[in-house]
Design a protein around this ligand. Structure first.
Ligand code: PMP
Length: 417
């Protein structure tokens, strides 16, 4: 696309107070969104582009097509004909809604088939499917620990895990990112009650991998079960996409609580926990986000089950993704970009300031590449970045085109020389 094309701009949504006045709600809204409104007014608000059309690696918003480097569909399975077909069949058979919560009238044979397919794929006895990944974390952490217990987690753990801490009422001890010495300090500091250690497998802002062998060794030494969030590692890590235990050659049974989402590699929506039959039964009777929220819809569940079948039948997809990602990351390194310790398709380009990250995103979008700037508070103030994400819908030509755009933008704003 021509460089003269207009920069996508957002407009202010609805009525917002110009100055603090009126009711508590007016003042509250102003306090909550004042800074963001300033960003919108300057035409620098990059969030929530409204996608009009999508096709393979391309999306259209603001009337323009972009190469999409911000998608979590790691294996490029969105639009896969078998998965689409299974979702359509489920709608034909069961309609569009579930009949309520799973415990009462919401469980279809499709839910149980998906749970058993996930369990089989992950080497677990059983699984429980939630209506979102967020809910899976909040409800599971909230159920497994309580007041008097200690939950111990990496400081970079996902927000949904942090919200689970709060719901649980347990004492929370965090440890420095992927730092085993600090994890050991946290384990020592935990009180006499139960302990649960929780970590992301792949950290979604850095694209690095948790040190599972070291974490497990400490968990076992200190008698603390481990919960791992595989939102960004299912289909991504391991020789056949089974995630972090496969990546390190570790028996999956050693991770007691295997959580993941159905919204990234699996092109649907929902979350799951896989583990022992006893764990799953206990969650079904104690995880509030499962007990008190409607079941995932037939189409969602059928699509997810079909995606698990595709992953099981085509293990080479994960290897192909890794090969393409490595080539892409190597090209960025050769240009002088800093990608932190990324080992996965999440490839951050560290910038020297938040303004530079926003400018990088703006220049890339002008050039037809859709990428998002990520700044504080989503990441530390000292590490603003442009986050790029590789997926299997990208052809080699797409990856090369992205590198060319990133190089041009990086030189224009002084990120690389
Ligand atoms: N865990 C991690 C690590 C995530 O990145 C996300 C979503 N970005 C979630 C959990 C929540 O999953 P979902 O979006 O499917 O609700």
């Amino acid at each position: 696309p021509a460089a003269s094309a207009r920069v996508p701009r957002r407009t202010l949504p609805g009525r917002l107070a110009d100055a603090p006045h009126g009711t508590f709600l007016d003042r509250r809204i102003d306090a909550l969104s004042g800074d963001d409104r300033g960003i919108v007014a300057r035409g620098e608000y990059f969030y929530e582009p409204v996608i009009e059309e999508a096709s393979g690696s391309r999306i259209k918003f603001d009337g323009r097509w972009f190469l999409n480097f911000a998608s979590y569909s790691y294996l490029g399975l969105i639009g896969h004909p078998y998965i689409d077909d299974q979702a359509l069949r489920a709608v034909e058979q069961h309609g569009t809604g579930a009949h309520g919560v799973r415990l009462l009238a919401g469980t279809l044979h499709l839910h149980r088939e998906l749970e058993l397919a996930l369990a089989r794929f992950l080497g677990a006895e059983d699984a429980i499917v939630f209506s979102s990944g967020y809910m899976a974390n909040v409800a599971t952490v909230g159920a497994l620990v309580g007041p008097g217990d200690t939950v111990i987690g990496d400081v970079y753990n996902h927000a949904s895990i942090l919200d689970g801490y709060r719901l649980s009422g347990a004492k929370v001890v965090t440890y420095a990112h992927n730092d085993l010495a600090d994890l050991e300090r946290a384990l020592r500091k935990a009180g006499d009650g139960g302990r649960l250690v929780v970590t992301d497998a792949v950290f979604s802002m850095d694209g690095d991998v948790a040190d599972l062998p070291g974490i497990l060794e400490l968990c076992e030494r200190y008698d603390a079960p481990l919960m791992v969030d595989e939102a960004h590692s299912l289909g991504v890590l391991g020789d056949t996409g089974r995630g972090i235990t496969e990546h390190f050659g570790i028996d999956p049974d050693r991770v007691h609580v295997k959580m993941g989402t159905l919204s990234k590699t699996v092109p649907s929506a929902g979350g799951y926990v896989a583990g022992s039959r006893d764990l799953i039964f206990a969650l079904k009777n104690n995880a509030r986000g499962w007990m008190f929220s409607a079941a995932a819809t037939p189409a969602q569940v059928a699509a997810a089950k079909a995606a698990v079948e595709v992953m099981a039948a085509a293990p080479s997809l994960t290897r192909e993704l890794r090969a393409r990602t490595t080539r892409y990351r190597d090209q960025l390194h050769a240009l002088g970009f800093d990608t932190l310790a990324s080992e996965t398709p999440v490839v951050p380009l560290i910038c020297s300031s938040a303004d530079q990250a926003v400018e990088m995103a703006r220049l890339c979008q002008l050039d037809g590449l859709f990428v998002q700037p990520i700044v504080y508070p989503a990441v530390p103030r000292t590490l603003p970045r442009l986050r790029t994400i590789v997926n299997l819908s990208h052809t080699d030509a797409d990856l090369d085109a992205a590198v060319v755009t990133l190089e041009k933008a990086g030189r224009a704003c002084g990120l690389i020389r």
